[in-house]
Design a protein around this ligand. Structure first.
Ligand code: AMP
Ligand code: GLY
Length: 421
């Protein structure tokens, strides 16, 4: 079986690593991939957004199964395009991908199906949005409706900040088309968790609940990033809470999309705030999280390619799916300056010196003058897997200690809150 993975980050490295464990897989190709992915896959220079080129490649090379990493091609309709030509692809169709592609769609969908989420309004006009702020206290959350690479959510402490956020996106086109529609919503207090479910639209299997660390600095301070580390399972999600998340959020979401005639196939990511009123949806993503994939895939015992095939063949209901016991922790090593300006092409040493139990997933790396070198803001996701969270974190940090590149930094407090219990 030949498998194509689309994307080039740590999530895609974790996917290739997991897919490589399937003995029936004879070749993995990754478009465009990175230096770490080369351990498991052949990399081809096709952009993750170039749907036509990806489709031609899959047809010409007889790829049996395509797995999509990032959201942009899903939101642009890559699954529908592949399906037109009977090419097998794992991911949601364009309609269902709106859950991530349009926050206005997602919020209206949740309202329609009574899925718990923050109170909200959707606005197309700046003046109306400004007037609408009257209904909210501060802090208030302002969101660009479309895809904004994780930068489109602004938590505003005052009317002045909210005005400037709205003006920036709705008048000054700060997020281009993504910000012409704005969502204003109530600020929710609580702890965040991510629950990812593999699903055929009817049946689902939840991966270990995980927690990301979005801020750059220790103590959840500093600017937002793509994610500085993650761990799973998150002890916050006890069995009772897991049942509530499935009954109050996951099932009504899958039922709603089925009712609308577009069942969700793929990995559905629920970004949740656990409030004093119970779990509420902050966001949906329609693909694996990054860095969450780097901790949930190592804890998935069942073969991932077998799951994807069962989902696409309609046999998922009968499939036995299992998770490993134990925990996984991922510490991201980033380039100095990230998430703002940073330098690339810094040679990386020590990648082979990490202890047993550590897997180094590459996020932004490339071969450069005979070395593996940095090639992005997030460079590596050093992941430890062990019997418990403390040991997994210790392993990940032992791995980080061995690895060096100029200007690198990482957060020293990944998973700390969960350890305090
Ligand atoms: P989103 O892309 O919608 O998940 O938002 C990014 C981040 O903004 C989330 O992970 C939360 O940390 C924060 N956030 C989003 N919506 C809210 C909200 N209603 N209340 C508090 N924080 C929020
Ligand atoms: N870690 C958050 C995301 O993948 O969107």
């Amino acid at each position: 079986m030949k498998v194509l993975v689309i994307g080039s980050g740590g999530r895609e490295h974790a996917l290739c690593w997991k897919i490589a464990q399937n003995p029936k897989v004879t070749q993995i190709v990754c478009a465009p991939g990175n230096a770490g992915i080369l351990q498991h896959a052949d990399c081809v220079e096709i952009d993750a957004d170039d749907i036509d080129a990806l489709k031609s490649y899959v047809a010409a090379e007889d790829i049996d199964l395509t797995i999509v990493g990032p959201e942009a091609p899903l939101v642009a309709g890559i699954v529908d395009e592949f399906q037109k030509d009977n090419l097998r692809i794992f991911g949601p169709v364009k309609y269902a991908a709106q859950l991530e592609g349009s926050k206005a769609f997602a919020k209206q969908f949740m309202a329609k199906y009574s899925i718990p989420t923050a109170r909200f309004n959707v606005f197309e006009k700046y003046q109306e949005a400004l007037d609408g702020l009257k209904e909210y206290s501060f802090p208030v959350v302002i969101k660009a409706s479309g895809l904004a690479a994780g930068k489109g959510v602004i938590i505003c402490q005052s009317k002045k900040e909210a005005d400037s956020a709205l003006k920036g996106m709705m008048v000054n086109n700060r997020f281009k088309d993504a910000g012409t529609t704005a969502v204003v919503e109530e600020y929710l207090d609580g702890e965040e968790v991510s629950v990812l479910a593999l699903t055929d639209g009817n049946y689902y299997f939840c991966l270990s609940p995980s927690q990301d660390h979005k801020r750059r600095d220790e103590g959840d301070k500093g600017p937002n990033t793509g994610g500085m580390g993650a761990y799973a399972p998150a002890p916050l999600v006890d069995p009772d809470l897991q049942v509530r998340i499935e009954d109050e959020i996951l099932l009504p979401t899958l039922d709603g999309l089925r009712e609308e005639g577009h069942p969700f196939v793929g990995c559905l990511y629920l970004g949740l705030m656990i409030t004093s009123d119970g779990p509420k949806v902050l966001e949906y993503n329609v693909r694996f999280g990054d860095p969450e994939a780097q901790v949930v895939l190592p804890l998935l015992k069942t073969d991932f390619v077998d799951i994807a095939n069962a989902i696409l063949d309609g046999t998922f209901k009968e499939m036995k799916t299992e998770l490993h016991d134990g925990s996984a922790a991922c510490v991201v090593m980033a380039s100095g300056g990230y998430p703002r300006r940073y330098e690339r092409e810094k040679p990386i040493t020590g990648l082979k010196e990490t202890p047993d139990g550590v897997t180094v997933f590459h996020a932004g790396t490339k071969w450069h003058h005979g070395d593996i070198a940095s090639n992005g803001g997030r460079v590596l996701g050093v992941t430890g897997v062990a019997d418990n969270l403390k040991s997994a974190l210790d392993l990940a940090y032992q791995g980080v200690d061995k690895i060096h590149f100029d200007g690198s930094f990482f957060r020293k407090d990944i998973g700390k809150r969960a350890l305090k219990g």
